[in-house]
Design a binder for this molecule. Structure first.
Ligand SMILES: Cc1ncc(COP(=O)(O)O)c(C=O)c1O
Length: 385
């Protein structure tokens, strides 16, 4: 295909041309002044995006590495850790903690449903030994966004530390780390940051730092103390993904130029248009109403749709690349990503392709209904001047 496909998986997400160009630069000394300036701007911008004055640690890894950094710095083998699990990523976060010796208390919620703050409060009351609570803000596998503010409040009021997977939320929806009082929040560059995979961020509160100093888990590559020590000198402890950081800096510049609130509103408009369009085409949305994500929509097709064949047709004939289900949802649903470099017009194009592909599979899609519903949703939404 000579045209750029519509890459609409929930990350890695499309790259703006400005970001692509920013990465085409000769290499620099990662211990020199240009790198110090690069890191300083990335950290300063990331703090704005996270809404925090806390340290933001920049690591060269995918989002999973950022989450692993939280586990190795905070968990002493044998610690009791509460994991709130409402999908595949929550499950993985819990498994990771167990791999480092945490004794888990698993709070499992039906996939597609949010974690209930009252349930969390009760569980914490009956487990006074727990210090760390693992939360997923945006559960990318089910297209659901938990009420992070309410969950973090419960954790804080109970005097425990919140460790938040914000990989697919931070930069695409408000997180406001300091206002809500989250202790650790992790994100990854290939999501709403409009950059390629390769950089993870962790915003770390004072209480989390103190806990990390007391905890006895083995750590090396992701040792936050090393990162902090080197950051003070404008460097990272190990060779960083310099070219990706050029892209991250440009992505952050673009986000701040647009204005974070405008970027969040754009994501919401796209999500609502996709939700309306898919429902009009006969899909049912997987995540509970009121908790549907601004970055990814998970939808169950009509019964006779073979998801694998449908995605293949979409990709090959219509240039639209979407994701399938993960874990126990494999083959059961589709996931449309709308994060980072995405506009309302992209969503109309994606829905048109999705509708055409259904027609080709002889599945009744109420021709034109999906696109019409999406356009109607967009027309209702207030677009800022
Ligand atoms: C919520 C969530 N957590 C963790 C991850 C893992 O991040 P990565 O694939 O960058 O390691 C992802 C990636 O999709 C995610 O969406």
């Amino acid at each position: 295909m000579i045209f750029q496909p519509q890459l609409r998986i929930p990350g890695p997400a499309p790259l703006p041309e400005r970001v692509v160009r920013a990465m085409s630069q000769p290499m620099i000394d990662h211990r020199g002044p240009e790198f110090a300036a690069l890191l300083e701007e990335v950290v300063r911008g990331a703090k704005q995006v996270f809404g925090t004055q806390n340290d933001v640690i920049v690591m060269s890894s995918s989002g999973t590495g950022g989450l692993e950094s939280a586990i190795v710095n905070l968990v002493t083998p044998g610690d009791r850790v509460l994991a709130a699990i409402c999908g595949n990523f929550g499950e993985r976060f819990a498994e990771m903690a167990a791999a480092y010796g945490a004794e888990l208390i698993r709070h499992e919620v039906e996939w597609g449903q949010p974690v209930d703050p009252d349930d969390l409060r009760r569980l914490l009351a009956s487990h006074p030994e727990v210090r760390l609570v693992l939360l997923t803000h945006n559960e990318t596998s089910t297209g659901l966004t938990n009420d992070l503010e309410a969950l973090v409040r419960v954790v804080r009021e109970a005097g425990r530390l919140s460790v938040v997977d914000g990989v697919s939320s931070v930069s695409s929806m408000p997180v406001e780390v300091d206002r809500i009082g989250a202790d650790v929040v992790v994100s990854g560059s290939q999501k709403g940051w409009m950059a390629p995979p390769g950089i993870a961020f962790a915003a770390v509160s004072q209480a989390a730092w103190e806990h990390s100093e007391r905890s006895k888990g083995p750590r090396f590559y992701f040792d936050w103390a090393q990162h902090k020590k080197f950051a003070a000198k404008g460097a990272t402890p190990w060779t960083p993904a310099v070219s990706v950081l050029f892209g991250v800096r440009e992505g952050i510049r673009m986000l701040l130029e647009e204005g974070l609130d405008n970027a969040y509103a754009r994501h919401r408009r796209c999500a609502d248009a996709v939700a309306a369009g898919l429902q009009a085409m006969g899909f049912s949305l997987f995540a509970a109403e009121g908790y549907r994500s601004a970055t990814v929509t998970a939808a169950v097709p009509q019964q006779d749709v073979d998801v694998k064949a449908y995605r293949k047709l979409l990709r090959e004939k219509f240039g639209v690349v979407i994701a399938g289900g993960q874990g126990k949802l494999e083959g059961r649903l589709v996931r449309v990503g709308h994060l980072g470099y995405v506009t309302e017009g992209d969503m109309v194009q994606v829905l048109w392709g999705m509708e055409q592909a259904l027609e080709e599979l002889d599945i009744r899609a109420n021709e034109g209904a999906g696109v019409s519903a999406a356009v109607a949703s967009l027309n209702r939404a207030a677009v800022p001047a």
